[in-house]
Design a protein around this ligand. Sequence first.
Ligand code: NAP
Ligand code: 3JN
Length: 338
Amino acid sequence: MKNVAVVGATGAVGDRMVRLLEERNFPVRSIKFLASERSAGKTLTFRGKDHRIEPISGDAFRGVDIVLSSTPGSVSKEWSPIAAAAGAVVVDNSSAFRMDPEVPLVVPEVNPQDVARNKGIIANPNCSTIQMVVALKPLHDAAKIRRVVVSTYQSVSGAGMRGIRELESQAEATVKGTDVPAPAKFAHPIIGNCLPQIDDFLPSGYTKEEMKMVNETRKIMGDPTIDVCPTCVRVPVPYSHSESILVETERPISVEQAHALWRKAPGVILQDDPSRLEYPLAAEANGRDEVFVGRVRQDLERPNVLLFWCVSDNLRKGAATNAVQIAEELLKLDLVRS
Ligand code: NAP
Ligand code: 3JN
């Protein structure tokens, strides 16, 4: 049994973490919920019992064995090392430590072995990267991936509670025929739109979100030679991210071979029967923990190029489920103090 702290417990990801600890029957001896001063004093329920939310402080981590953190990067940067120094293993959802060579970046279906080299912090990857690498891993093992071209269709919940509320308020105004409230979280109205910008632009013309997909994919797959060409787009969908993926491999893979690989891949569900209009859908992936793949096609000219559609719940497998799976991996390997 472990003493657990959920940091950022009032957020979109934090909420899922709490529910997943309950659903997966995580061996919790004690639990505490931390967030900002804004939430201090409110309560959250865990296994039928109310717990007061505390503001983060150095003292709050005393005696805590496992920290699941989903706060903005600046908050993680300050507090995750403090929690680790207090003896906990921290699974951190932000980008603050992902590219630190000393910090493992883990997706349990791809590189579970990397948890063993943690020095107190393990980074949880970006949601768009997680679902893509779960789908790519069996193809890479079978035929070595050279290049990936990916376009994302990311739900507003990727931008947290404020993203969800912004779509809701703009949708409500549209239905009522009143003025659509001005955008705040997103650069433009999200209702009726697709925004080809997620996170800030870099001088290269790519966004930070796009570069996360490039760099994190190489680190998780342990292969710096994989080329990733991303375009990240925000769409007016509440939950689950969708991705159109083109993958070029060294050796050809047929559609049938890809189906067979995905049927036995951990964490993947194949939904690919066009005759029954069956393919992955964001609304159906919502609330699920798997990565769904379908619409599998070979390139019309090149036998070593496959195209497919990939969908997953960004708040669960893209964040909270992956983090709890990492914590479970730590317990399996007895890497957390008791
Ligand atoms: P969110 O809904 O905005 O929640 C943010 C959480 O952080 C809230 O609990 C908030 O507490 C807390 N927080 C903010 N400032 C704080 C401070 N100064 N001190 C202590 N706690 C503070 O965001 P989210 O979608 O859950 O995402 C949280 C993080 O997870 C992101 O920054 C990102 O790094 C990562 N992530 C998100 C996704 C996704 O799909 N959404 C996927 C992967 C990773 P209050 O309620 O008290 O303000
Ligand atoms: O926008 C999305 O769909 C996913 C966003 C994730 C996110 C949001 C704010 C800060 C991240 C992340 O996980 O990379 C971060 C961050 O930690 O940089």
